[in-house]
Each structure stands twice: as structure tokens, then as C-alpha cells.
Write a new protein. Structure first.
Length: 223
């Protein structure tokens, strides 16, 4: 029997594409997000977690940030906000659903990092620090929750979603974004969703504790 998969942030960008992909494969998708009905804020002190009735087959945590500023203009509050949404929100969510996840076999958890953790980029100190913590969380939790729950992350480069809209405001920015990638284009939500669906699939149940780059070659190639 297939248990439902909970997507925190399944209404937009990568999450919406992943929800479509998983539904097309027959998965039962539950989604909670900030602008949902009822609204769910993963950064609240005590988030109002949606009830799930029984075991969960998987959980994907999508809330994240792209707060790019020179290091000297970043305030402690910026680091705090990035840590809250990227790390603490995921931690609280995973703690809340731990038993529901462990009730099923071969369950998969998916978190999101960024290409800017493994590849240093200017103006990324705050988000890279937070996403670096996500990568540490993924490996530690994968060890702690093995063999019941698999835990992986995807580290995307620039992907055309509402979160990245400020970096893709006009043709010039889009062209520059395309050219920066060895594969000569920025990512589409489906590029990331396809990899996400692979990692959520119980058929790929021997993969855990990994951070997967989906970045048009940006992190690994010089062409
Ligand atoms: N897009 C990129 O270029 C890029 C690059 C590297 C890494 N990433 C990572 O990929 C992940 C997905 O990003 P995306 O581009 O698909 O973003 P997106 O389009 O902004 O979608 C984010 C989703 O998370 C929800 N969300 C945000 N804050 C929340 C909160 N406090 N509580 C509950 N739900 C919340 C949003 O809900 P509402 O719509 O209701 O606010 C939305 O459904 C993020 O972790 C991001 O850091 C993205």
C-alpha cells in the first residue's frame, strides 16, 4: 500500500512541479504552505502542523531563501532568518512527523540545499551557511534514521521559480543566467522535480545521506 507523501511548499516552483510529477505516478500528495488554506508557517514558534492520518510514505521540505548581499551589509538578523526557514523549519517539521515517517517502510525525506554550498559564490554567505547546515543535517539524520527512513537533498543552481524572480526580472538577467551554466540554460522546476521524484521513489531505496547536484554543470565544470 502507498502511504501519502507530505510536501511542505507543494504549491509553487519546484514543489508544484514535484507534486504534479508524483501525482502522475499515482502518489497521494498532501501539501501545506504559507499561503494555503489553512495557512501553515514552518518558521512559527509553534507551527500548526497539518494532521496526517497514519503513516507517511515521504516528506519533502521546500521552504527556502535566496538572500544575496555583500557580507558587510548582512545583519545577524539575515543569518537568523535564513537559518530559521532553511534549517529550523525543516528540523521542527521532521521532529513532528518522525513517528509517522517511521511507521512506513522505505520512507524518503527530501531537503533542499544550493549549488552555492559546495561552490563558493560572492554574496551567498548567509544562504550558503544555512544550506550548509541543511547538508550536515541530511547526512547525520540519514545515519540516525537508517534503515527505516532515507534522507537526501538536492542542491540546485538558479531555477526559474517565484523564489528566483528577483534574479530573472528581464531578458538580460535571463541571458546572463543561461550563459553562466555549462549546459547554457537556467533550471526549470521540472529539472529538479524529476530528480526529486527519483529520490522519493521506493524503487530507489538504496540511496541515502546524499546531496545531489542539479545545476546545469555549474558546480563541477569549467567550459
Ligand atoms: N529557485 C532557485 O533558483 C533555487 C536555487 C537553489 C536552491 N533552491 C531551493 O529550492 C527550494 C524550493 O525553492 P523554489 O524556488 O521552488 O521556491 P518557491 O517557488 O518560493 O516555493 C517555496 C514553497 O515553500 C513555501 N514556503 C515558503 N516559506 C514557507 C514557510 N515559512 N512556511 C511554509 N511554507 C513556506 C511556499 O509557500 P507560499 O507560496 O505559500 O509562500 C512555496 O510553496 C528552496 O529550499 C530553495 O532554497 C532554489
Amino acid at each position: 500500500m502507498q502511504h501519502p507523501i507530505l510536501l511542505i511548499g507543494g504549491n509553487s516552483g519546484i514543489g508544484a512541479a514535484l507534486a504534479d510529477r508524483l501525482r502522475a505516478q499515482g502518489a497521494n500528495i498532501l501539501s501545506a504552505h504559507r499561503s494555503g488554506e489553512p495557512a501553515f508557517d514552518a518558521t512559527a514558534e509553534e507551527p500548526d502542523f497539518p494532521d496526517v492520518d497514519g503513516p507517511l510514505g515521504g516528506l519533502v521540505y521546500l521552504p527556502g531563501s535566496i538572500n544575496l548581499k555583500p557580507f558587510k551589509s548582512l545583519k545577524p538578523a539575515d543569518f537568523d532568518a535564513d537559518f530559521k526557514i532553511n534549517v529550523l523549519g525543516a528540523v521542527r517539521t521532521l521532529q513532528h512527523y518522525e513517528s509517522a515517517l517511521k511507521e512506513a517502510d522505505n520512507t524518503s525525506v527530501l531537503l533542499f540545499s544550493t549549488v552555492a554550498v559546495a561552490t563558493g559564490m560572492p554574496f551567498h554567505t548567509s544562504v550558503a551557511a544555512a544550506k550548509g547546515a541543511v547538508e550536515g543535517l541530511v547526512r547525520s539524520l540519514a545515519a540516525e534514521w537508517a534503515p527505516t527512513v532515507r534522507v537526501n537533498a538536492i542542491a540546485p543552481s538558479l531555477t526559474d521559480t517565484p523564489l528566483a524572480a528577483r534574479l530573472l526580472r528581464n531578458d538580460k538577467q535571463r541571458e546572463a543566467g543561461n550563459e553562466r551554466h555549462p549546459l547554457q540554460r537556467i533550471g526549470q522546476p521540472e529539472d529538479i522535480a524529476n530528480l526529486g521524484a527519483f529520490l522519493m521513489d521506493p524503487a530507489n531505496g538504496w540511496i541515502t545521506g546524499q546531496v545531489w547536484n542539479a545545476d546545469g554543470g555549474l558546480g563541477a565544470l569549467r567550459v
